[in-house]
Write a protein that binds this ligand. Structure first.
Ligand SMILES: [Ca+2]
Ligand SMILES: [Ca+2]
Ligand SMILES: [Ca+2]
Length: 280
């Protein structure tokens, strides 16, 4: 039996055993992630923790202890001392984007054990205002594990996106709060996920001008692609992804102008690549 057939069989067994479906408007297609692997010799955690760049030189770090640290670049590859901002708890993930449309990058972070997102609005001089909170909704037992600032409905205004994992029943929710471009967000629209998510990446995967999501579930070792849509009538496609998919990045690996998925696999200490040509 070849590796791809084995993965398809494992996926089929996993899906039959799980037997859960979203109860809202996420339509599901399931496919097998026919990936190529590159051995790294160590557990792949390169993108875990999210250290997104502000501009090109600064770092934002989610602190497992408490708060978010910002390290401003000095232009020579070194950084000033970290400045910590309290956001009401320990962080599991952080993302940057312009929440209020003033042209200055802002920060949003998950708060461990909750679905309250913390936002830090940038002042434009490398410092940030006191934290504000945005509810990501979720069901009893949900906790936000990753966050993004991305325009999922293509109206030109950044939306707040969070994925919540439920510790009780191995499910999760996708939370989308639509932004008005001025820092105000609607209440979270929730989409149940039939797996516990771990992390996500954003890009316009199908190149229709609307940002899409790639969500990783480590527990089910899959990647779920959720395609943005103007009315938020979302559908997603699940890809079986190796043995223990743990982290994801999106980049044009083969330089064909289309975004490819790069997924780390803790099960075999490898990095898998799903070329855009395999995407729907
Ligand atoms: Ca801003
Ligand atoms: Ca939007
Ligand atoms: Ca798209």
């Amino acid at each position: 039996m070849d590796e791809n057939q084995r993965e398809r069989d494992e996926l089929q067994k996993a899906l039959q055993g799980e037997g859960k479906r979203p109860d809202r408007s996420l339509q599901i297609t399931r496919r097998t992630f026919l990936h190529k692997s590159v051995m790294t010799g160590a557990a792949g955690v390169a993108t875990y923790g999210w250290f997104p760049l502000i501009g090109t030189l600064d770092l934002v770090v989610a602190n497992s202890g408490n708060g978010v640290s910002v390290l401003l670049g000095q232009g020579d590859g070194t950084f000033r001392a970290a400045v910590a901002y309290g956001v009401g708890g320990a962080q599991t993930a952080v993302a940057t984007g312009d929440l209020n449309g003033d042209g200055v990058l802002d920060i949003v972070a998950t708060v461990s054990g909750s679905t309250q997102l913390a936002g830090l609005l940038g002042r434009g001089d490398g410092t940030f205002q006191d934290a504000v909170t945005f509810p990501a909704g979720g069901f009893n037992g949900d906790a936000s594990v990753a966050v993004a600032i991305a325009d999922l409905n293509g109206d030109g205004h950044p939306d707040l996106v969070a994925i919540n994992a439920n510790a009780n029943d191995r499910t999760g929710t996708l939370s989308i709060s639509r932004g008005d471009g001025h820092g105000h967000f609607t209440g979270a629209v929730l989409f149940p996920l039939p797996f516990p998510p771990k992390t996500l990446a954003v890009a316009d995967l199908d190149r229709d001008g609307i940002t899409d999501l790639a969500i990783v579930s480590e527990a089910f070792s899959l990647v779920s692609l959720v395609f943005g849509a103007r009315d938020l009538d979302l559908h997603h496609t699940e890809y079986k992804a190796g043995h223990i998919a743990s982290a994801i990045a999106i980049a044009d690996v083969n330089r064909d102008g289309r975004p490819d998925l790069i997924v780390t696999d803790l099960g075999v200490n490898a990095v898998g690549v799903l070329p855009a040509t395999c995407l729907p």
